[in-house]
Design a protein around this ligand. Sequence first.
Ligand SMILES: NC(=O)c1ccc[n+]([C@@H]2O[C@H](COP(=O)([O-])OP(=O)(O)OC[C@H]3O[C@@H](n4cnc5c(N)ncnc54)[C@H](O)[C@@H]3O)[C@@H](O)[C@H]2O)c1
Length: 325
Amino acid sequence: MVKIGIIGAGHMGRTHARNLKQDQRVEIIGVADIMERPAQSLAAEVGGKAFPSADVLLAEWPDAVYVCTPNTLHTEAVLKALARGVHVFSEKPMATTLQEARDIVTAAQKSRALYQVGHNRRFAPVYKFARRLIDEGFHPYSANIKMNRGELINPQWVCNRAVTGGFLYESTIHLLDMARWLMGEVVEVQCKAQQNICAEQDDFAMILTFASGHFAAFSSSAHTSWAFPFERIELYGGHASIVTEEMERVTYSPGLAQEIVVRDYFQLDVADKWGYREEDRLFVDAVVNGQVPPVTATDGYKAVELVEACYQSAALRGAPVTLPL
Ligand SMILES: NC(=O)c1ccc[n+]([C@@H]2O[C@H](COP(=O)([O-])OP(=O)(O)OC[C@H]3O[C@@H](n4cnc5c(N)ncnc54)[C@H](O)[C@@H]3O)[C@@H](O)[C@H]2O)c1
């Protein structure tokens, strides 16, 4: 049995713990949270004890931990776990500074334990469908990408830059990772940003240029309400396109005068539709079989680097910033 501890008993801690509870190979040994009640109630549901901190949980020698605390708190728990040889699944973002992300990459290289980061979109059926079409020959010459949030109100800490690292680390980073996963390495970023409704920069317009020379236009706003569509990728091929609508639906137009293919995942469970169940299963697979995890520390680092490049370009009023930083 793989003994797993959950750090952070909020929305994502609960989501992962519920998936893991259904995996016969896993025993949940407990849940750590600075708040007693959420830790106790989640432990009562999924098994194990409630712990007052990540340190107390780690002292119980789990085989693996899930780090599901707010963004700027990931690094400390991740580094402690890796130093003890405890496998880590960390929610996104890997870290909220380039230095911390580098420290995690180094720690993951040195540790006998493995590290996976929660870029769950890679396992969502809409994006897997797009990726499969690309693998089979669809060539994205350019793209239009949108990643909005309805608000920076819920959970409470998402409006606090000191806890999120900034809005781009909240939601936008998901599709920055997607852009890289679908179109290849980004070599240049141009980004304009404004502060409008929230207490930080909350409207972004970006142009990403890929190693292939192709580019994507990417917009991201923190205050759009949750009306559809808030998450969308349009990939433009040769008289062909792939268009995703949230993680509900994807439309593939293979060519002129050809039938359009629509895949609709509306009826799937969120755990499947958003890729959470698969990322958890693959993490346990990697631990059990000693395999490289499906989303590596390098992937986590590259996503952080993209966010930092956007903020750097924004500070330069949209001037190009080249990667790697
Ligand atoms: N992959 C996704 O789709 C997705 C979706 C939402 C959130 N997230 C990420 O998951 C993480 C958690 O977000 P959430 O929505 O679950 O937040 P949340 O506020 O619902 O839960 C966070 C929990 O962590 C606890 N906590 C805070 N500091 C702690 C500490 N030092 N030690 C232990 N516990 C501590 C809080 O008390 C809270 O219960 C964030 O990094 C967020 O960016 C990812």
